[in-house]
Design a protein around this ligand. Structure first.
Ligand code: ADE
Length: 253
């Protein structure tokens, strides 16, 4: 799957391209990440990529022409790509979006803005979707573009080992993950929950689901509202709520 990124700081992508899951996917020919710098498409001696905003105010805006030429160059090589602008004004990027992209395999052209953003006419003319990775303001869209690429690439077939994929596709989908432990069995007076050493796969599955539900209820209850709960999940949630009610009562006594 191909990703093209329009960015003023292509060097930021060195680590993403060279290391870890994405780096390996690139080496194995499963993913491709190409970078396009608008500064290479400027025509003035100062290689100007930004200018003051119409209407005044602080900050600078990325100019239309160098961005447009970088976009056109990328599209000429990538073919008809889905064009995405990363900005805090976008729709929230989540696991469902990542899955949708990974399944589509369509080339993605990601536009990473700097400063106050890009000239709105670029969005009007080229952008299909605008995404935010969270309700905070980054200094530019590069980190957001890398988040999107990483989240999508790890879902492509054969990128992760079998073990990882199995976990991803299991019942944990849409819930926060359960706790994990590795050797030693005891450290600093803390031990591994005995069920995980029981060898009883069904008991382990149930414990993991209970833990995932408990965490999700405590930390991100809204995730449960959007979820079609199974009968088993409903039972576990009722038990968890009853137990926490009991704990509260004991505290109050
Ligand atoms: N650019 C700056 N902040 C951003 C955010 N939160 N998400 C995506 N792109 C951004």
């Amino acid at each position: 799957m191909r990703f093209d990124v329009v960015t003023l700081i292509p060097d930021m992508f060195d680590a993403l391209k060279g290391e870890g899951v994405v780096g390996r996917a690139i080496n194995r020919g499963i993913a491709q990440v190409e970078l396009w710098n608008p500064r290479d498409y400027t025509t003035d001696v100062h290689r100007t990529v930004d200018d003051r905003p119409y209407g005044g105010g602080p900050g600078m805006v990325m100019k239309y022409q160098p961005m447009q030429q970088a976009i056109e160059a990328a599209l000429a090589e990538a073919g008809p790509a889905n064009v995405v602008y990363l900005s805090p004004q976008g729709r929230r990027f989540d696991q469902q979006c990542a899955k949708r992209l990974a399944e589509s395999r369509r080339p993605q052209l990601l536009l990473a803005g700097r400063y106050e953003g890009i000239d709105e006419r670029l969005i009007e003319r080229y952008v299909d979707e605008e995404w935010s990775i969270g309700d905070y303001v980054l200094s530019g869209g590069e980190l957001a573009a890398m988040v999107v690429i990483d989240a999508v690439v790890r879902l492509l077939p054969d990128v992760l080992g079998d073990a990882d994929s199995a976990i991803q596709d299991s019942f944990m989908d849409g819930l926060l993950d359960c706790p994990h432990y590795t050797r030693p069995e005891e450290i600093d007076s803390m031990s591994v929950p005995p069920v995980l050493q029981s060898g009883n796969h069904e008991a382990i599955r149930r414990w993991r689901l209970q833990q995932a539900l408990k965490r999700t209820l405590a930390r991100r209850p809204e995730l449960l509202e959007d979820r079609q709960l199974t009968a088993e999940e409903k039972t576990f949630l009722a038990e968890i709520s009853a137990a926490s009610g009991d704990a509260k009562q004991t505290q109050e006594q």
